[in-house]
Design a protein around this ligand. Sequence first.
Ligand SMILES: Cc1cc2nc3c(=O)[nH]c(=O)nc-3n(C[C@H](O)[C@H](O)[C@H](O)COP(=O)(O)OP(=O)(O)OC[C@H]3O[C@@H](n4cnc5c(N)ncnc54)[C@H](O)[C@@H]3O)c2cc1C
Length: 383
Amino acid sequence: MTTSIHLPPHRLSAAARRLRDDVRSFLDGELAAGTFVPRCDAWMSVADPAFSRRLGARGWIGMTLPSAYGGHDRSPLERFVVTEELLAAGAPVAAHWIADRQMAPSILRHGSPSQRERYLPAIARGECYFAIGMSEPDAGSDLASVRTRARQVDGGWEITGTKVWTTGAHFAHAIVVLARTDGSPGDRHAGLSQFVVDLPAPGVEIRPIRTIDGEHHVNEVIFDAAVVAEDSLLGERGAGWRQVTAELAHERSGPERYMSTVPLLRAWAEHVRQHGDASAERELGGLTARAWTLRQMSLSVAAALAEGRPPEIAAALVKDLGSRFEADVVETVRRLAGIEPRKHGPGLEGLLAEAILHSPAFTLRGGSNEILRSVVARGLGVR
Ligand SMILES: Cc1cc2nc3c(=O)[nH]c(=O)nc-3n(C[C@H](O)[C@H](O)[C@H](O)COP(=O)(O)OP(=O)(O)OC[C@H]3O[C@@H](n4cnc5c(N)ncnc54)[C@H](O)[C@@H]3O)c2cc1C
């Protein structure tokens, strides 16, 4: 039977709108003080621990965590407002992004009391950063085929295997590793487990992978019989697939999946205002309308998360549409702005160069668009 995807419009509360004003004035102050310049894709590639600590001090990291763990008891919708403003400003948030977005909820849900005490307050202060160790050289889209193994040994677990495309592992304080502990090839979803491994660690080598922009954002992480403590296991042994699937809903559902190039769109809007012609204005209007629609959809997914409704299918749809929008912004500006993109160049030139070099990753990271469309089709009962 075919079902449908519901994305009912959501109106933010007055408290959330006031919070937005607070975040905007904080960001205006930071920009005026010259602590950052707007960058495209900054949530993935521009890390500034001092900036993260300042956000932590304002209560804008770990917002949905309970105060008992250093959090702020705020709703996912209030967190949405904060992340949206940080993305629109192109602020340097990559240091804490993964920890805040998915590891804090995951550790709160599945972690032992000691894991919660150890990591959650530090995450909320903007001082503890995480990497995601899911993908492997032969297991990206087909995550259930991970070959990294964890074997129980005296006093802990021995992990052997290679993770790849691991964002931020070179500055992270910990990595969450998906590994096979049990199970048979016949039932690939059973027998996977997650481990929290502090970094750096003996037996764990982190090698940089340079992306097309020549920079170091992602890594290969090699576990060579690395022995980690007994209580590194996150959640239940063998429940890794279920835990990872829930985590991916957080990874895929946020506004960063359509806002990576919004700083470029904003800079181009200003350029069009000063120099534009009618056709540039028309295209700008079209992109702005799409941004507005995606924003309504993304907000609706955040509302579903806040109400405890499963958002996986709608999140996959928004990420597919959103990541294509991000790339369309780049192509439109490249075609119409009449400027030469220049890496590290000022304003629009630099933003365009950066966005061009990052755009091949938009439809891959967090799950490729082809895979997301399969998730949507299966969710709609299409065979
Ligand atoms: C910038 C960047 C950062 C990343 N950060 C992280 C990270 O921090 N941690 C982490 O674990 N991973 C990370 N990844 C990895 C990312 O999740 C994978 O690249 C992604 O899941 C695709 O896997 P793959 O690269 O192995 O490609 P493959 O799985 O080999 O796929 C290659 C192509 O084949 C298509 N394809 C594969 N299977 C099917 C199918 N069944 N039907 C139709 N088409 C199919 C895919 O859509 C894709 O276009 C990152 C990737 C990038 C680019």
